[in-house]
Design a binder for this molecule. Structure first.
Ligand code: PHE
Ligand code: NA
Length: 502
């Protein structure tokens, strides 16, 4: 029989781990710009609707599947429906890809945390796309290039820290880490927000973010953006929350915990909106331009705008350490949740010990990630993978899995009863209507628009060479699906967890 799968010691351990997973870079560098571009203050309405009709209901689905069928994604899906195992592997492989490049972003943030101690550094804000990552021009992107030493060093540190955490296990590794990192992240981020609020120009920044544009509510694109942000931010439907809930005791308040996690994630997004736009307000004032001219998100916000702010603000070094430190903490607690999906799948299917599963997964993943992303082609590769997997792939897998669950397997009543069994928040027809009808429709619409963007633009994504997008975008996505099916057909080891229910 296989070794013990591991467990969370209790409710708060699970909640901290789940918040650690949900609160990530998306909260800090994606939400503020999405809210600003989609109605500002008025965005709160579609955003809240999306949270209540998609984010939290799908979070409950993940929890219920993992907890009811007590397994990693492939095992839980297989127990739900034998042919459904491929969904679990699809989710696992998505996590493999995201994990490989998430480590790179954490490594960049760690480097920038040290760079920000050097206050004259802000003058060289444009260095990110130049001397730092040494990224080639989009149109001239190829694979390889030169080694980027500061990235290589930090990415190795990130992977070593991840291996150590994973070897320590569910409670002593993941849960304990989150119980330290999440409070620390909140403290650091609150200090950062308060500091930013006192910068000159901060209030103009806040006004820019929160001034409601009510006409946005009539724009379908704004609603798609709200749902997109919620899907992205809660990372539902690709195995993470499913895996974590499989480590919970039999009698667990899943719905109550889900509400805490869903609302905490959103609270952190709004806090980040305040901090980021205060800082952008300062930057606009310092440069004598309007705030809307300096709004950015993602890599541009973190590695171009913030270095500028750090260089111009009084006490910029502190802002830099707090900001990039927050990215590291938020990113790392997400990274461990991503790799746990893979480790637990290998553990369950092949019946290896925890330590063996960790090594079998982590050694190749860390090596490939380090080799692929320490070169100057790392940034464009990350850009394409992120677009296709973290924005497009997760919507595709969410659509396929909810349709299969609700309409082909008709599993929702079982899951509802399971959730209500020990849940403090009772669910009923509204939850079923969201999961079976509203969410598939919204997911299908989202998928339609992003497919149109990716296919119909006339030019490959990001201005990269077509072969590059075909290989790392479309080719990778197709390979993922084929590999998921092959893995789901592979026999379960006699030592596997398949016939054990603990
Ligand atoms: N959803 C998290 C965020 O908002 C990040 C994340 C991505 C977590 C992928 C797990 C998996 O940033
Ligand atoms: Na999030």
């Amino acid at each position: 029989a296989s070794a013990n799968r591991g467990a969370f010691s209790g409710r708060s351990a699970f909640i901290f781990a789940a918040i650690g997973s949900a609160v990530g870079l998306g909260n800090i560098w994606r939400f503020p710009a999405v809210a600003y571009e989609n109605g500002g203050g008025a965005f709160m309405i579609p955003y809240l609707v999306a949270l209540l009709t998609a984010g939290i209901p799908l979070l409950f689905v993940d929890y219920a599947i993992g907890h009811r069928w007590r397994g990693s994604a492939p095992l839980a899906w297989r127990r739900l429906k034998r042919w459904g195992e491929f969904i679990g592997w699809w989710q696992v492989l998505i996590c493999v890809i995201i994990g490989a490049y998430y480590a790179l972003i954490i490594a960049w943030a760690a480097d920038y945390m040290f760079f920000s101690l050097n206050t004259s550094w802000g003058d060289d804000a444009a260095a990110f796309f130049g001397s730092f990552t040494q990224a080639p021009d989009a149109a001239e992107t190829s694979v390889g290039g030169s080694i980027v030493w500061p990235v290589l060093i930090s990415i190795v540190v990130v992977w070593v820290a991840t291996v150590v955490t994973m070897i320590l296990g569910i409670q002593n590794g993941i849960a304990r880490l989150s119980m330290i990192f999440i409070p620390l992240l909140v403290i650091m981020f609150v200090i950062l927000v308060v500091r930013a609020l006192f910068l000159p120009g901060a209030l103009v920044g806040l006004e820019t973010l929160f001034t409601p544009n009510w006409s946005a509510l009539a724009d379908g694109g704004v609603w798609v953006a709200a749902y997109g942000q919620i899907f992205f931010s809660l990372s539902v439907a690709f195995g993470i929350m499913l895996t974590y809930s499989s480590y919970l005791k039999k009698k667990s308040d899943l719905t109550g915990s889900g509400l805490v996690v869903g609302f905490s994630n959103s609270a952190f997004e709004i806090l980040a909106g305040i901090g980021v736009f205060s800082a952008l307000g300062f930057m606009a004032q310092a440069q004598g331009v309007r705030v809307d001219e300096v709004v950015s998100s993602g890599i541009g916000l973190a590695f171009i705008a913030f270095p500028t702010i750090i260089g111009e603000a009084p006490g910029g070094a502190l802002i830099g350490v707090l900001f990039f430190g927050s990215l590291v903490l938020a990113g790392f607690t997400s990274l461990v949740s991503i790799v746990e999906v893979v480790i637990s799948a290998v553990h369950d299917k092949f019946g290896m010990s925890r330590a063996a599963s960790v090594l079998v997964v982590m050694v190749p993943l860390a090596l490939v990630s380090t080799i692929l992303f320490s070169f100057s082609s790392g940034l464009p590769m990350l850009d394409v993978l992120d677009k296709f997997v973290n924005e497009y792939g997760i919507v595709a897998v969410a659509l396929v899995s909810t349709v299969i669950l609700a309409w082909l397997v008709r599993g929702l009543p079982t899951l509802r009863d399971h959730l209500n069994h020990s849940g403090s928040f009772k669910i009923g027809w509204f939850w079923i209507a969201c999961v079976a009808v509203v969410d598939p429709i919204v997911l299908a619409v989202t998928l339609f628009f992003s497919s149109r963007d990716l296919l119909g633009a006339g030019e490959p994504y990001g201005g990269y060479p077509a072969w590059f997008v075909n290989v790392f975008g479309w080719g990778m996505a197709a390979l993922l699906l084929v590999a998921a099916i092959v893995l789901s057909l592979a026999p379960w080891s006699p030592r596997s967890h398949l016939h054990q229910l603990d």
